[in-house]
Design a binder for this molecule. Structure first.
Ligand code: ATP
Ligand code: MG
Length: 568
């Protein structure tokens, strides 16, 4: 066996580690600042969830579980230009698949549009918001820079009554897109750019997936988010570090509005993985421009893609649990993710035999037409999984890579004159080869030793290699899709053009593969180990007449090696 994964339970590593967010929650509960913890996962439905979102989901739902609170699923659906029902549906499916349940706590920022509108009126009446029709470029120029203060809009001191009337007319649809915005009146000289009179509302004559054409003004993320948290009585609003500079604005709204609760925002570092892009904007481009077959292409880091590829939800949970939660940004090695996948599949995936690049092997001293049924072990990790019968006969197929005509001595597989074990079957010795007109080996002529049935020689003689195989009498043809990283460099985009970093070999389609007959009935969603190759699952494209398998991950484990070498 090549598999070096050590046996472990699938959920190993998901035990709630301590981290600064959990420490804060614990302290708040102990001090009585909050009676029960309420968190939320707030996706914008403008794309599919990816592995980075899994970290946020596991953190928010995980904390709620561990501390006996609850976690809401809230769609942050404030920009109808990019949001779609398809994304809402996929997000719900993906969160559930990951193993979390929001119960009755499913919310939409759009449910709060009326309240948010009323609260904007409250700010106007308090002299803390104004309508501004300065053209967008001018407004941008007046924001200043990190080193220079911005300048006040000439409309900043418009009276309350005028502002209320203009805001009402914005809502009534009297102005075209971009004609004006509602801004908070804070401080154009603030060191924090987010406090320089940020926009609360913009005009968008676009139908919304949920509110239809009821609205033509939509709140910005900054205005909607904290207020939605307050309406839902979220206690700990946990987000990624890019929102750290938005926190003063988050607190400003909470301080100046008649909100029913005072949530607090905490930031953690987002997940980054080598060779992987976790940005919905880029993932959207990959789908839109046809670089992948869709959001669920098994090369995509989306949860839908990873699920289709065969990655178990337990592996994702274990992985993000092990990565932990910190405030310092870092990049995690892709090998660590793959290790987590193997660790789960090593325990759960039954073993099967499949030959990816077949080479015919004929056993000359085996009678024509004789078929023998042998016993193959379903899972060395789990004896309860039992055994299955596999047929063996005169003609079988082995992996082309497992034969070498002129082999160095360190090659432990088959070559002329050498003996190897065929797994669960017999010892065979290669006697000669048959070549085609181009000189390529197309067939091996072998003999077997009848005394070695089951794979051991009664005289104690050893062989150095054990090969997997399929029997020609009942092997089934299949297509196998082998995936490599979608990007060719560990830091995609670092060279300036992220699309130039796409890996041209991210998908290898192998046709003419041969698999043992049991695999014809493998249900979509179940993962097996193809012995000595890796983990594979049936793709939804698979039909009984044309089997298609996805390679989830190979067996080789560079992460286990890294860990072993650092232990020495
Ligand atoms: P992207 O940057 O991919 O477009 P986003 O932050 O715009 O993602 P949202 O739908 O707004 O996507 O994200 C929902 C939640 O998931 C947010 O709280 C966000 O902070 C979190 N999140 C997004 N990406 C990551 C990541 N890589 N690691 C951890 N959390 C993330
Ligand atoms: Mg976002």
């Amino acid at each position: 066996m090549v598999d070096s994964d050590s046996p472990t339970t699938p959920e190993a590593g998901t035990a709630p580690g301590r981290d600064f967010v959990r420490d804060i929650v614990q302290a708040d509960l102990e001090s009585g600042r909050v009676a029960a913890v309420v968190t939320r996962f707030p996706p914008e439905p403008n794309g599919y969830l990816h592995i980075g979102h899994a970290k946020s989901i596991c953190l928010n739902f995980g904390i709620a579980q561990e501390f006996g609170g609850r976690c809401h699923l809230r769609f942050d659906d404030t920009n109808p230009v990019k949001e779609e029902q398809e994304f809402i549906d996929s997000i719900r499916q993906d969160v559930r698949w990951l193993g979390f349940d929001w119960g009755e706590h499913l919310y939409y920022a759009s449910d709060y549009f009326e309240t948010l509108y009323q609260w904007a009126g409250h700010l106007i009446r308090a002299g803390l918001a104004y309508v501004d029709d300065t053209p967008p470029e001018e407004m941008r120029a007046m924001r200043g820079t990190l080193t220079e203060a911005g300048s006040n809009s000439p409309q900043r001191d418009r009276g309350v009554a005028d502002n209320l009337e203009l805001f009402r007319r914005m809502r009534a649809g009297e102005f075209p897109n971009g004609a004006c915005v509602l801004r908070a009146k804070i401080d154009m000289a603030a060191g924090n750019m987010n406090l320089r009179d940020p926009v609360l509302y913009r005009i968008l004559h676009t139908a919304h997936p949920r509110t239809g054409t009821d609205w033509c003004i939509y709140p910005t993320y900054d205005y909607a988010h904290g207020q939605s948290d307050a309406i839902e009585a979220i206690t700990h609003s946990i987000c990624t570090l890019e929102f750290e500079d938005h926190r003063p604005l988050y607190d400003w709204f909470i301080a100046h509005l008649p909100v029913p609760a005072r949530p607090r925002q905490y930031e953690f570092a987002r997940l980054n993985i080598t060779y992987t892009v976790l940005s919905k904007r880029i993932l959207t481009t990959l789908v839109r421009d046809g670089h992948v077959s869709g959001w669920d292409d098994p090369r995509m880091p989306t949860l839908a893609g990873q699920r289709r590829r065969g990655v178990p939800a337990a592996a994702l949970r274990a992985f993000v649990g092990r990565v932990g939660v910190a405030r310092a940004a870092s990049v995690v090695d892709l090998a660590m993710y793959e290790h987590a996948i193997r660790e789960v599949l090593n325990v759960t995936a039954p073993r099967r035999m499949a030959v990816l690049r077949p080479l015919k092997l004929v056993i000359e001293n085996w009678e024509e037409g004789r078929i023998e049924s042998l016993e193959a072990v379903n899972s060395p990790e789990n004896p309860a999984a039992g055994i299955r019968p596999v047929n063996f006969g005169r003609e079988i197929h082995i992996e082309r890579d497992d034969f070498m005509e002129h082999a160095p001595s360190r090659f432990h597989r088959l070559s002329p004159g050498r003996e190897v074990r065929l797994r669960y079957a017999y010892f065979v010795t290669c006697r000669s080869v048959v070549k085609d007109a181009q000189g390529e080996v197309v067939e091996l002529r072998c003999t077997y030793d009848p005394a070695t049935r089951g794979g051991d020689a009664p005289d104690g003689r050893k062989v150095r290699g054990t090969l997997h195989w399929v029997a020609a009498c009942d092997a089934v043809p299949a297509e196998i899709r082998a995936y490599n990283t979608l990007f060719a460099r560990p830091d995609p985009g670092a060279g300036g053009d992220i699309m130039a970093d796409l890996n041209p070999n991210s998908l290898e389609v192998l046709t003419g593969c041969l698999v043992e007959p049991a695999l014809a009935a493998l249900p979509v969603g179940e993962v097996v180990q193809f012995e000595r190759q890796g983990y594979f699952c049936a793709d939804p494209d698979s039909t009984p007449a044309a089997l298609v398998f996805n390679r989830t991950v190979v067996l080789r484990d560079s992460w286990a090696k890294v860990q072993a070498s650092t232990k020495d």
